[in-house]
Design a binder for this molecule. Structure first.
Ligand code: FA5
Length: 353
């Protein structure tokens, strides 16, 4: 801070010898008040205090105005001299005020710049690279295993016609099997597909046999607990050829689970029922984390009527099909005890994979 002192020399003309006592008193009073006024301006430490001082010293109620009022009592010929004194002192005070204002503003700016300074040499926050969701990883692994066995990959829509999701697969409207899959209905006979099995019909209609295909995708059921999610993932598998048996189906599925979990994986087949396969079975895998069997897929030989619905002659063509629960396979792969954890988007959980 610069220290300003009242100028000792003034340009004010000396008072004439015959100056009245009132004029002398006015000029003396003015001179006496100045050092304190300058000192107070110099001592102001922020803009608000300085502004208060401006009002107090230079405003209408300030001492300059007060002295100014005393000019009225002077003889007319002394007034210009008194005015000259007052104006010079007022100008000096205004100048000091402006200097101080500038100093305080510059100091405030410097303080703000220092407080907000950014150290550009500090290392930045490293972006955390994202990674694939555990279900996506397991899906990719499974698809790669089947592609290695000669299956090609296809897909189908998640909003499916009631006919493809049910009727074409031997599940008419009044069939009790519809209750096995609590359905989310949309408009005009469309459903959120309850399984990937409608892709069987789609693939058979567009691909001349023999062929083998897998179709991964999302499916939806009104169902939720530790092993059931309302949105989950299946991979449908379908092989159509002239000479296909249940042994081929079992062989392919056993080979698949060994490729995914290693040769020591414990599995079991149970007889089951699906309207679109005959005979039908389900496969369970031993899940060490729950010390229990977990059902991971349904499968069977494609029902002759389903082949017909897709435009194939069941006398000539046979097929096997399976529907894998990918989320359940991911649970076994990573030891996840509750399927719902997969869909809560909790980064503390997802970062583990
Ligand atoms: C079916 O969905 C049949 N479409 C499977 C099939 C395909 C059979 C081809 C024959 C031929 P299921 O409803 O059992 O079957 O479901 C198959 C697998 O999906 C189950 O074994 C299970 O692993 C998984 N799954 C079923 N419901 C859920 C759910 N709500 N949440 C997570 N996984 C589920």
């Amino acid at each position: 801070m610069e220290t300003n002192t009242e100028p000792t020399e003034t340009t004010t003309a000396a008072l004439p010898e015959g100056a009245s006592p009132e004029l002398r008193a006015l000029v003396d009073d003015l001179a006496a008040r100045m050092p304190e006024a300058f000192a107070r301006l110099d001592a102001a430490t922020d803009s608000a205090a300085l502004e208060e001082l401006r009002v107090e010293l230079l405003g209408k109620k300030g001492f300059l105005s007060e002295l100014n009022a005393r000019m009225g009592k002077l003889a007319p010929e002394e007034k210009p001299l008194a005015g000259k004194h007052l104006n010079e002192r007022k100008g000096a005070l205004q100048g000091r005020y402006a200097e101080r204002k500038d100093e305080l503003e510059r100091a405030a700016l410097a303080a703000a710049l220092e407080a907000e300074a950014v150290d550009v040499t500090m290392p930045g926050i490293r972006p955390r690279p994202g990674h694939l969701h555990p279900v996506t990883r397991v899906t990719d692994e499974i698809v790669a295993i089947f592609e290695g066995m000669g299956f090609f990959t296809a897909s189908g829509p998640q909003v499916e016609s009631e006919w493809l999701n049910f009727e074409s697969l031997n599940i008419p409207a009044d069939h009790p099997a519809r209750d096995m899959q609590d359905t989310f209905w949309t408009e005009r006979g469309m459903v959120l597909r309850t399984h990937t099995s409608p892709t069987q019909i789609r693939v058979m209609r567009t691909t001349p046999p023999p062929f083998a295909a897998v179709t991964p995708g999302r499916v939806y059921r009104c169902d939720s607990d530790a092993t059931h999610s309302p949105m989950f993932h299946q991979i449908e598998g379908l092989l159509v050829d002239r000479d296909v048996s249940f042994c081929h189906l079992k062989g392919v599925l056993n080979e698949f689970v060994r490729a995914l979990f290693g040769r020591d994986v414990k599995t079991r087949f149970r007889p089951s029922f699906f309207p679109f396969t005959e005979p039908s079975a389900e496969m369970d895998i031993w899940a060490p984390f729950s010390n229990n069997w977990m059902e991971v897929l349904g499968c069977g030989m494609v029902h002759p009527q389903v082949l017909r619905n897709a435009g194939l002659d069941p006398e000539e063509w046979k097929g096997f099909a399976f529907g894998l629960g990918v989320d359940r396979l991911a649970m076994i792969r990573y030891g996840i005890t509750d399927i719902r954890l997969l869909y809560q988007n909790d980064m503390r959980f997802l970062r583990q994979f």
